[in-house]
Design a protein around this ligand. Structure first.
Ligand code: MSP
Length: 658
């Protein structure tokens, strides 16, 4: 019998910024679910990818002095590299700039159009570039209700999708399939949004070039969300011919779309409506998780409150990060990220809990039985209690993980780990070992501990693939714990006459303060490297088409307010080699600005210097220090060394540059 399939997806990530812990979290969850489903006997296929079109990407590319494709290539490569470094195993990766994807988007559009759900119309109103959203309910100040950023007024001829025709059908679908949107809170939110009435949705853009062309409509490209959502199908062969489309036929509809809560509307309203219109089956479930919040706010590049996964990976390893993220966040709710909590869990749950259980059990088997796992003898009440605890954990773990309740599932495993550690304390095998008459009892105790460790290790395999593989090997078990069929896992199956392997601690205890310091240091280095990489590189005569594509209007330029500033003080930012903190007089006020120029300029060199400051940027934090403005500098040479823009003549402080 072929295995049942389980097809799941992460959102495809925007390439306008580099990945952080938030993106990593969704991918870690998806990777864990795929591994877990495989252990449950499914043929799991995981798709991830990158969302590369739209105004936001175009703008970020321009800011980095690059063409959008070149820029997208770099960031998409960064994503893949990161997933590889972290050992995250996706099966399919889709980039929306791939030709196979364009073909799929055009195919689905044609199906929707043929069914009569597309009409031409005019859009006049506000637009939020950040969310790529037409804003019908801007705040009184004209800001986007989703992200709070200022919106732009636009007027354009568009093609509209008749979303309004799907209100009842969507509501009926939510009713009939309560599991379609999870958790319940999101389902309620979506239902009341749809009940409030649906307007038709513009799915083409004529002002934008960086997108997939509408077939037969010169000058129009697809709205990024129509484009992006289709990736879930194009990534497995939708729109392809013959054999290439086989996988699509086998895998679609998706069993699970994992998303963050901010994009639930696109997935639970627009996406099913597009699919209904095209006559295609709907995904089975959309699970919207909460946000990782850092320093009280959702992580975002513009706020500067970002945590990157690489430094944590370097200091604690990926398994510890995976464990922490899955254990700490109640799936579906927001959770606040802190290094302190990360290290506390590392030391208490991993080093003292699981790691300690493994090293004690293995060391005693090595010492008292010369490395061969003993056979159990008669079992007493305390041994039976441990077996019962293990059986209970086996059941509750699966129940929780089937329900995507990772935090409680892991809690159940840690209840068993605690019971096993307590069992060792109470049975005192080191005392039994002193008495020859207790040999049979000692055998039972250490067999029980080894069997408990085997079960814990198999259950944790989807969450901590590397560490569990190591412990498995140290226990002398063959193969990989991930190959265990969870349905067959039961107490009492430890293979007889097993010899343990070489013992090496999996989670050595760490000094909390030092570890945090190390992570933060690495983070500062990483940040500096990324800041340097994001600096515009000197353009070496880009092609005419490229220059055309990145031209802006005089109105766009006028939005940037630059003034002459004078440096009043300068000092280094602790822990960041590249950063200087400056106080700059810009005429009307003195601003604190953090600039990545410390490798080129000493603080003394800058005192009294007249420089160019962009004064109307939103403030952001760099290494925890608020920066309120930006210095203008040329980026020189291959390493992008900054050279500050200054004046040939003396100029008045505060004068505007035009
Ligand atoms: N490109 C769209 C998705 C299109 S899917 C057809 C997009 N991309 S994104 O790069 O902004 O990624 C958003 C996703 O990253 C969220 O939905 C979530 O999965 C993850 N996260 C980004 N920041 C996050 C947190 N601070 N916390 C948790 N997850 C977050 O939206």
């Amino acid at each position: 019998m072929p295995k049942p399939k389980f097809y799941l997806t992460t959102p495809i990530y925007y390439v306008n910024a580099r990945p952080h812990i938030g993106h990593t979290y969704t991918t870690i969850v998806a990777d864990t679910i795929a591994r877990y489903k495989r252990m449950r006997g499914f043929d799991a296929v995981l798709l991830t990818g990158t969302d590369e079109h739209g105004q936001k990407v175009e703008q970020s590319a321009r800011a980095a002095g690059k063409g959008p494709q070149e820029f997208a290539d770099e960031v998409a490569a960064d994503y893949r590299q990161l997933w590889q470094t972290l050992g995250l195993d996706y099966d399919r990766f889709l980039r929306t700039t791939e030709p196979r994807h364009a073909k799929a988007v055009q195919t689905i559009f044609q199906a929707v159009e043929k069914a009569g759900y597309i009409r031409k119309g005019k859009y006049e109103g506000q637009y939020c570039v950040f969310d790529e959203l037409y804003v019908t309910d801007a705040t009184p100040e004209g800001n986007c209700p989703e992200c709070g950023r200022p919106t732009q007024r636009v007027e354009e001829e568009n093609y509209f999708f008749q979303l309004s025709a799907f209100q009842d059908k969507l509501l009926a679908h939510y009713e009939k399939h309560p599991e379609f949107i999870r958790p319940e809170s999101r389902r309620n939110e979506v239902r009341s949004f749809v009940r409030g009435g649906l307007r038709d949705l513009s799915i083409s853009r004529s002002r934008l070039r960086w997108g997939i062309p509408l077939p037969g409509r010169e000058g129009h490209v697809f709205y990024v969300w129509f484009d992006a959502l289709t990736s879930y199908m194009s990534g497995i062969g939708y729109g392809a011919e013959g054999a290439a489309a086989e996988e699509y036929r086998r895998l679609w509809p998706a069993d699970l779309h994992l998303v963050g809560k901010e994009i639930v509307r696109f997935h639970a309203v627009y996406w099913p409506a597009f699919l209904m219109a095209a006559g295609l089956p709907l995904p089975k479930m959309i699970f919207a998780h909460g946000w990782w919040v850092f320093e009280q706010q959702k992580m975002s590049k513009s706020r500067g409150n970002i945590v990157r996964p690489q430094p944590i990976h370097q200091v604690l390893g990926t398994d510890a990060l995976r464990y922490f993220l899955l254990r700490e966040m109640v799936f579906g709710q927001d959770s606040s990220f802190s290094y302190d909590a990360l290290l506390t869990r590392y030391n208490s749950d991993l080093a003292n809990g699981y790691g300690n259980l493994a090293s004690r059990t293995l060391t005693m088997i090595g010492r008292y039985f010369n490395g061969e796992v003993p056979k159990p003898d008669e079992r007493t009440k305390i041994d039976q209690q441990v077996a019962a605890a293990a059986e209970k954990t086996l059941g509750s773990f699966q129940q929780r993980f089937d329900d995507y309740d990772f935090s409680r599932g892991l809690e159940a495993v840690w209840t068993l780990i605690a019971a096993l550690n307590k069992y060792l304390v109470e049975t005192q095998p080191w005392v039994l070992a002193e008495d020859k008459k207790q040999r049979a009892r000692l055998s039972t105790v250490l067999w029980t501990a080894a069997e408990g460790l085997r079960i814990v290790t198999a259950l944790l395999a989807p969450v901590m693939p590397a560490a569990t593989a190591q412990v498995w090997k140290q226990l002398g078990l063959t193969g990989n714990p991930a190959a265990t069929k969870l349905d067959d896992l039961a107490w009492g199956q430890f293979p007889p006459a097993t010899r343990i392997g070489k013992i090496e601690p999996v989670f050595p205890r760490l000094d909390k303060k030092q570890a945090i310091k190390k992570i933060q240091q690495l983070e500062a280095e990483e940040f500096a490297a990324q800041t340097a990489a994001a600096q515009p590189t000197a353009r070496k005569g880009g092609s005419v088409a490229e220059v055309e594509q990145t031209r802006i209007s005089i109105e766009d330029f006028a939005k940037v307010e630059m003034r002459v500033g004078e440096v009043k003080s300068a000092e280094r930012v602790a822990g960041a080699n590249k950063l200087l903190k400056l106080l700059v007089d810009i005429g009307s006020e003195t601003r604190q600005i953090v600039a990545g120029i410390a490798e080129t300029y000493s603080p003394e060199q800058l005192l009294g210097k007249k420089i160019v400051v962009v004064v109307n940027l939103q403030p952001r934090k760099l290494r925890g220090v608020e920066s309120n403005g930006m210095l203008v500098a040329a980026s020189v040479g291959a390493d992008g060394r900054p050279v500050l823009a200054t004046f040939a003549e003396d100029v008045e402080v505060g004068a505007r540059l035009k």
